[in-house]
Design a binder for this molecule. Structure first.
Ligand code: FES
Length: 547
């Protein structure tokens, strides 16, 4: 390391801080990290540590195919082994785009050393034709408008430019903003981490302060296992309900908990998420964007508003408790962060539904759904896989109306390796043209955190391994009752047994390479879709005293 100009005293026992960087030009949400890291390094040096940057696999949502989620676990292995095998004492995790955050925290959790997250921050608000537009959320709306013939392709392209006007990640409450909020709620990042825009000098200051703080955390031996407790996960689940966070947080938090060894199950999402009001008026549940959330005071204000519902004694990377961190938070805009009596919904937590169609559970996000569809019985219109859906959805002869339930199969962790975000299927063009904007959609897939609608996701076991979803046929009747937590296929057990005998597993999309390992070892969504052999904490290979 002397070939990098390090003098002898760089190895005098001072804390060596790894900075795990997900910079990549193929991950545009993280493309500004080369500048951001300099502030972290400055902070580490100021506190007497030695900063050493290392790159890891960067899961960019917009470019990676078949889906960035396929590579979350791969990236987490890269992070874990980079941390474990190198002589570092603490680590700063630089995350931004959706899957970069969980992949880094999962990898670090399997090593359990002092760790702090610095998120890249959201883009500035989008503006188009005099109004605010949000990444993802308005893309879904505009693409439906294009399909309905009320927006031109040219206008669509202009709108896309208008919503991508600065460095940073999606500025709606999509998965990136949700996961940045989750790490703050879990206590893994400094207060303010979730909301400062990427280009705001506050972001640079937070990075610098995080650099200083990780050095202190090493001296205090404040490790992830002291922060990532079951109570901290309960807090994060409650905060997710309060902010109308992404359904993707379900699989990510389950996977992180599995790594650190905290007890957390799918049912805990329902248990801890109940009676949590959605008080953040942000797209896709509400109308504002992350920049507005920042100016309103950020996540500490939301946590203070629901302080009676969360555990204030949880330890955080500041060395202080959650309660101490949020004590001085002030709400500067009560139309962005609503008072509880004006909540968007009184029950915003993710709901877990079960029944003969999803014995191991499926989830729905009530704050993004249509109230009148939360209890509904409809005729199934079935798509065997994503290609079948694409072939069929705009067929003028497709027998479908707005009371039907659209069912998509073979898009779970193994079926569409990585469990793609296709659960929020676009509605048939002929219904869109008639003004229909929501229908119940059911699948074993995920959906983008920026999406909305009455969408039942993550059905487990998935269709590709012979879960009951595989047995649904056109014309079957399905009953969804969110309040009763029920998802029922109105077909007798005897008939389902007969159908199962006729069922053939779909052929894997690709043989060989990482994808084969993934398909062989990935667990179902209700277990976080981690690879089974990655569950657990394996510690650090090089004790500090032996550096
Ligand atoms: Fe990266 Fe949306 S594409 S956060």
């Amino acid at each position: 390391m002397k070939n990098n100009g390090l003098p002898d005293d760089a190895f005098d026992g001072r804390p060596i801080i790894g900075i795990c960087n997900t910079f990549s030009e193929l991950t545009p949400c993280n493309a500004h990290f080369r500048g951001l890291i300099e502030h972290i390094k400055a902070g580490v040096l100021e506190a007497g540590g030695l900063p050493l940057e290392f790159p890891v696999f960067s899961c960019g949502e917009s470019n990676l195919r078949p889906t960035a989620m396929l590579f979350r676990n791969l990236a987490s292995m890269d992070v874990e082994e980079s941390i474990r095998g190198n002589p570092i004492d603490g680590v700063v995790l630089m995350a931004g785009c959706d899957k970069t955050t969980p992949s880094l925290v999962m990898g670090a959790a399997s090593c359990d050393m002092p760790s702090i997250v610095v998120s890249g921050g959201p883009m500035l608000n989008g503006r188009f034709k005099g109004r605010q537009i949000g990444s993802g959320t308005d893309v879904w709306k505009f693409s439906e408008d294009v399909r309905a013939g009320v927006m031109s392709e040219q206008e669509f392209s202009e709108a896309e430019s208008a919503m991508s006007r600065s460095p940073g990640h999606c500025m709606t409450m999509g998965t990136a903003s949700t996961m940045a909020s989750m790490v703050e709620a879990l206590g893994l990042a400094l207060p303010g981490n979730a909301t400062y825009p990427a280009v705001d000098a506050h972001r640079a200051r937070l990075a610098r302060l995080s650099g200083r703080r990780i050095v202190e955390m090493v001296k205090e031996d404040l490790r992830l296992s002291a922060i990532l407790t079951r109570e901290a996960f309960a807090n994060a689940i409650r905060v997710n309900g309060a902010i109308g966070g992404s359904t993707n947080a379900v699989v990510h938090l389950l996977a992180i908990a599995g790594r650190i060894g905290a007890q957390l199950s799918l049912d805990d999402w329902d248990k801890f998420g109940q009676n949590i009001p959605t008080i953040l008026n942000l797209m896709p549940s509400g109308k504002y964007l992350m920049e507005d959330f920042c100016y309103a005071g950020g996540l500490p204000v939301v946590m203070k508003e629901i302080a009676d519902l969360i555990d204030l004694d949880c330890m955080t990377v500041t060395g202080k408790t959650v309660g101490e961190n949020i004590a001085s938070a002030v709400n500067y805009n009560s139309d962005v962060i609503l008072p509880r009596e004006k909540a968007l919904t009184d029950n915003g937590g993710i709901v877990v539904v079960r029944g003969n169609l999803a014995p191991d559970g499926a989830i729905i996000k009530p704050s993004a759904a249509t109230k009148s569809l939360m209890k509904h019985r409809g005729r199934a219109v079935v798509f065997e896989d994503i290609d079948h859906y694409k072939q069929r959805i705009d067929d003028p002869d497709l027998d479908i109306d707005e009371t039907c339930i659209m069912v998509l199969k073979n898009c779970g962790p193994k079926g569409y390796p990585g469990m793609a975000e296709v659960g929020n299927m676009a509605l048939p063009q002929k219904l869109l043209r008639n003004g229909v904007r929501d229908m119940i959609r059911l699948s074993d897939a995920r959906m983008s955190g920026t999406a909305y609608g009455t969408v039942v996701l993550h059905a487990a076991p998935e269709a590709a391994i012979g879960g009951p979803l595989a047995l649904v046929r056109d014309g079957d009747w399905i009953e969804l009752d969110v309040e009763a937590r029920k998802l029922h296929l109105d077909v007798s057990d005897a008939e389902l047994q007969l159908r199962l005998k006729d069922w053939n597993a779909p052929q894997p999309a690709m043989q060989g390479g990482y994808q084969s390992l993934y398909v062989e070892r990935v667990m179902q969504a209700n277990h976080g879709a981690d690879l089974d052999f990655l569950v657990g904490c394996r510690g650090h290979a090089i004790p500090r005293e032996s550096h």
